[in-house]
Design a protein around this ligand. Structure first.
Ligand SMILES: Cc1cc2nc3c(=O)[nH]c(=O)nc-3n(C[C@H](O)[C@H](O)[C@H](O)COP(=O)(O)OP(=O)(O)OC[C@H]3O[C@@H](n4cnc5c(N)ncnc54)[C@H](O)[C@@H]3O)c2cc1C
Length: 384
């Protein structure tokens, strides 16, 4: 028998998706003594990719008491270097400027971060291998049918189910998308080929390659126009397509040669026109999705989740819709601005004609590194 209401001033919350947004929100709600139910479609947290966390996202772990653990499990990037396809360095950012102003850019494997966030969710009811079949908004609550056939009622449902959110589709309908027409492949290699604290990218005409060190391993990312990377053999198609880069940079050739299990990602993103529908709300990539190349999606997902938890800390079950309205007002503008910037960056990165790529490289070399870091630092000073 279901007991209703859950308890006197509680807010019975369902979080869909145990990624960065879902687990951050769950951890903050657990701190408030409002243990949520969190469901996750996937049964495994292994595999995945490296995440670069900026202080605007990692700072949430200060409040959870796990920041020091994050530092132990991650690697602080000391320099970011951008080169053209013949290896000429166009930009070199000394990240100590960022570290001194706000804190380090930390590279961590996604699965380690998931484990760390989940360790702060002791009170939550975490159910893996479960998803939602249907949602029905009643007057004061939401009826949820799970894919195992069970039905439960909640005061609040938070969709943290990522860029392809099926909850968003179910409740809000199709969202607007940005497609760059490029695909990125990611895979892990050993630490030998690349410097351990330097994130490096090579931009060519119609191709990119990046090496992002994490503790004990390096995540490689290589991409190009989707049409040029067709075929199921990722190694062969990257070797073919990135041949100029491989000729100039032996480490790139070696890393592609070492490719075993690679994942492909379409370089696109999503922006939902609405975040809130009565007692259902979007958070993280489900609301504003980010391309991997932006390097800021996880940080935004975490700070949006912390912002939502903050608004909910002042709400009871009756005032949930107001808390959701305030959360959207608080977060939407700044996250959408970040996404607009990431699309701008994508247009600069994903250039195909050689002449345009040459012009881009000249301009990239002139852009003051200090100014780019200043923009990141300034954005952290805006209220959120
Ligand atoms: C290759 C790659 C590299 C990236 N690098 C960076 C980086 O360096 N820095 C950075 O800040 N960001 C990076 N990003 C972006 C970042 O991963 C996302 O912005 C961030 O993970 C968004 O968090 P989220 O919780 O909203 O979604 P996710 O982390 O995607 O989590 C969504 C969760 O919901 C689950 N789920 C999905 N559908 C359902 C369902 N129907 N029912 C139940 N569960 C469901 C998924 O299994 C997943 O666990 C990268 C992304 C990729 C793909």
């Amino acid at each position: 028998m279901e007991i209703w209401p859950w308890h006197a001033d509680g807010v019975k919350t369902l979080i869909i998706g145990a990624g960065m947004a879902g687990l951050t929100l769950a951890a903050r709600l657990c701190q408030q003594g409002r243990d949520p139910v969190i469901i996750e479609r996937s049964t495994s947290i292994e595999g995945g990719y490296a995440l670069g966390l900026y202080p605007v996202g990692s700072c949430v772990l200060h409040g959870l008491g796990t920041y020091e653990q994050l530092v132990e499990q991650s690697l602080a990037i000391e320099r970011y270097e951008l080169a053209n396809s013949s290896g000429r360095v166009l930009q070199s950012f000394d990240m100590s400027v960022l570290t001194a102003a706000l804190g380090p850019l930390l590279m961590v494997s996604r699965s380690d971060l998931v484990r760390l966030l989940e360790s702060s969710c002791a009170g939550a009811d975490v159910r893996r291998g479960v998803t939602v079949s249907s949602l029905n908004q009643e007057a004061e609550r939401v009826e949820v049918r799970f894919d195992d056939g069970t039905v439960e009622h909640f005061d609040l449902v938070v969709a943290c189910d990522g860029i392809d959110s099926s909850t968003r589709e179910l409740v809000f309908g199709p969202a607007s998308q940005y497609h760059s027409g490029w695909t990125l492949w990611t895979w892990w290699v050993g630490p030998e080929q690349f410097e351990s604290t330097v994130a490096r990218e090579w931009w060519g005409a119609g191709c990119i390659f990046g090496a992002y060190p994490a503790p004990g391993q390096v995540m490689c990312a290589a991409g190009g126009p989707t049409s040029a990377l067709a075929g199921s053999d990722a190694r062969a198609s990257l070797q073919r397509h990135l041949v100029n880069l491989i000729d100039h940079i032996p480490a790139v050739g070696a890393a592609i040669g070492d490719l075993r299990d690679a994942y492909s990602w379409a370089m696109r993103d999503v922006r939902s026109d609405r975040w809130v529908d009565r007692r259902v709300v979007l958070c993280g990539d489900a609301a504003v999705g980010f391309m991997p190349t932006a390097g800021i999606g996880a940080s935004n997902a975490m700070r949006a989740a912390a912002g939502l938890a903050d608004e909910l800390s002042r709400a009871d079950a009756a005032s949930v819709p107001l808390a959701l309205e305030l959360y959207e007002k608080r977060c939407r503008k700044i996250i959408e601005r970040n996404q607009t910037d990431s699309r701008r960056l994508a247009r600069v990165m994903f250039v195909r004609p050689p002449l345009l790529a040459w012009g881009r490289d000249q301009l990239a070399g002139l852009y003051p590194a200090k100014r780019a870091l200043r923009e990141i630092i300034d954005s952290a000073h805006q209220p959120f």
